[in-house]
Write a new protein. Structure first.
Length: 294
């Protein structure tokens, strides 16, 4: 019934607005640097900028309902029909690639060990652990070949490479593994990195693959981004303004947005989507899809 829909919209709006004022985020220096509007202006002032073609990227899998970078989280994200599954890569001592974000496993796993200190066989002995209610759920640390075996060509993998001990060591093994699994195609994979050196190495091996250059919050520079050799620029949401989005897109560069403030992510998603960004890394797939529809 219409009145029920209106009530639901009102409840969601109150929830979002309350979270917005609780967070009290600070406006970054980049806003002043580019002479753009205040960071938290109402995105509704530009209703024509939103696009239904926003790419939904499942950040570390469906990590809002299960432990990040596990096969279970990835399967939930796939079932939720996310456009891409984001995978942070780490390398083991014997140069195997695993899906993990931090330098040590203690953020989600049962031991405070560094992946680079163990071989694949050793890493597989560690479990990740997640609490839901009174239950503890465990999943093993996931290797990249296990992810490929589970999904094959039924998923789009959005993978993040990084330097290993300051060097480009994981790029060639990654390309080889993609080739072995018939996935070296922009239909199946995109590669992102905070390292220009890493992306350059990827482009040497596979120039057809879409690459995303990421910028840390305090290091984003629009002029540098415009000159970068990348198809996509990945920006932390606090650096995203309408002027930044317009400047990059006018040069044929896509804009993908990630979020580091959990308390403000939902309201920030609405703001940047209204600016017409091309993709968002989301911790809540269903919420993002609803924002895009609206």
């Amino acid at each position: 019934m219409p009145w029920r829909s209106a009530l639901l919209v009102l409840v969601i709006a109150i929830f979002i607005i309350s979270g917005f004022f609780e967070a009290e985020p600070q406006t970054p220096q980049t806003t002043a640097k580019y002479g753009t509007e205040a960071l938290y202006v109402s995105a509704a002032d530009k209703p024509g900028d939103a696009s239904a073609d926003v790419e939904i990227i499942a950040h570390c899998g469906a990590n809002h309902v299960f432990d990040e970078h596990t096969l279970t989280a990835d399967k939930i994200a796939s079932k939720a029909e996310a456009d891409s599954i984001e995978i942070d890569l780490r390398m083991t001592k014997d140069h195997e690639l695993i899906a993990f974000h931090d330098t040590t496993l203690d953020c989600t796993a049962t031991e405070a060990v560094a992946p680079k200190e163990f071989r694949r066989s050793g890493i597989k002995q560690f479990d990740t652990a997640t609490m839901f209610g009174q239950e503890t759920y465990k999943d093993s640390v996931t290797t990249l070949d296990e992810i490929f075996a589970a999904f094959g060509q039924e998923a789009h993998y959005y993978m993040e490479t990084r330097l290993v001990d300051g060097d480009t060591k994981m790029e060639e093994p990654l390309i080889n593994l993609l080739q072995e699994n018939n996935l070296l195609d922009p239909k199946y994979v995109s590669i992102q990195s905070f390292s220009k050196e890493s992306l350059q190495k990827i482009q040497e091996f596979a120039p057809e693959i879409r690459t995303t250059l990421l910028y840390e919050t305090d290091k984003f520079d629009l002029e540098d981004a415009l000159e970068a050799d990348a198809d996509v620029i990945g920006i932390e949401s606090r650096n995203v303004t309408q002027d930044v989005v317009d400047a990059l897109q006018q040069e044929g560069i896509e804009v993908h947005v990630f979020f580091t403030e959990e308390r403000t992510e939902l309201i920030e998603q609405q703001r940047v989507i209204m600016y017409g960004v091309d993709g968002v890394f989301t911790d809540d797939i269903d919420f993002t899809r609803q924002v895009i529809k609206q």
